[in-house]
Design a protein around this ligand. Structure first.
Ligand code: ATP
Ligand code: MG
Length: 266
């Protein structure tokens, strides 16, 4: 648990940028970003979230309306002089969000043929050094230009895998994309790790998926298993994370343990 500073970085002035990606929809990307960010901030880390999903799942989970945002990640991708400071919203102590807005979908179309289209977010973040320890980027499902911007901007990719039939299939395509991004656009991108979500301990099949993940990813698989529980879906309705809504819930404890593993991986 996060009761001590073991595993947490003590480097001053270094930002670790993590992108949470899985091309499959509904695997727990946004839920994981939200809960990890709360766990990291509670542990004294300064965290900036970037929501790159036009559907705004992460933005909405924090109670903001992505249909009505004045400032959003759109301008980080599209503006000639992007300013991170102008588009971030303070959510909690040590936690801020660059929200999504619906026009991110338009950005996807407008960037389709733009030169250096996948480099936009990276350039915006590089031009705006921020005092954050972590930047966590939430991506939409699919492997389009928005997800590509997340991968190119990040130091590490973290992949949640749902403990379900065929879950590993989409991960292969994502890993191939990671290899391509590393080769052409972001040589320093590395696999931060893979973790299992929506794990049902009573399901033989779920256990088999976890075994397959361990066999494929070895030490790159985080030890923590995030269990399936209906309470996880209820928390965002209140605009708060599970960690705040039900701090002693086993899934909340899981996310705290996962945050510790993630933080220790720098
Ligand atoms: N551990 C869990 N147990 C039960 N339900 C979960 C769990 N994690 C996430 N959920 C629920 O599953 C749904 C999908 O989760 P989430 O939105 O985080 O996935 P996502 O990968 O971000 O989806 P998308 O690809 O559409 O952005 C949500 O309703 C969420 O509340
Ligand atoms: Mg999402």
């Amino acid at each position: 648990m996060l009761s001590n500073t073991a595993g947490y970085q003590d480097r001053i002035g270094m930002t670790r940028t993590l992108v949470i990606a899985n091309q499959k929809g509904g695997v727990g990307k946004s839920t994981s970003v939200m809960n990890l960010s709360i766990a990291l901030a509670a542990h004294g880390q300064r965290v900036l979230l970037v929501d790159l999903d036009p559907q705004g799942g992460l933005t909405g989970a924090f109670g903001l309306d992505s249909y009505n945002m004045q400032h959003s990640a759109f301008s980080l991708l599209m503006s000639a002089h992007p300013s991170v400071g102008r588009v971030l919203y303070k959510l909690r102590e040590r936690l801020a969000l660059v929200p999504a807005s619906l026009d991110l979908a338009a950005a996807e179309i407008r960037l389709a043929n733009a030169p250096q289209r996948a480099l936009r977010l990276r350039q915006a973040l590089q031009q705006n050094p921020t005092p954050f320890d972590f930047i966590l980027i939430d991506t939409p499902p699919g492997l389009g230009v928005l997800t590509a911007n997340g991968l190119v901007a990040a130091d590490e990719v973290i992949i949640p895998v749902q403990c379900q039939y065929l879950a590993m299939r989409g991960v292969r395509a994502l890993l191939e994309t990671v290899v391509r991004v590393r080769k052409h656009l972001n040589p320093s991108l590395r696999l931060g790790g893979v973790f299992a979500t929506m794990y049902r301990p009573n399901s033989t099949h779920a256990r088999e998926v976890v075994e397959e993940m361990r066999a494929v990813f070895g030490h790159k698989m985080f030890r923590t298993l995030i269990h399936y529980d209906e309470a996880v879906a209820e928390a965002p309705v209140a605009g708060v994370s599970l960690l705040e809504y039900a701090p002693t819930h086993p899934v909340a404890q899981g996310y705290r343990a996962l945050a510790e593993e993630v933080a220790g991986g720098g």
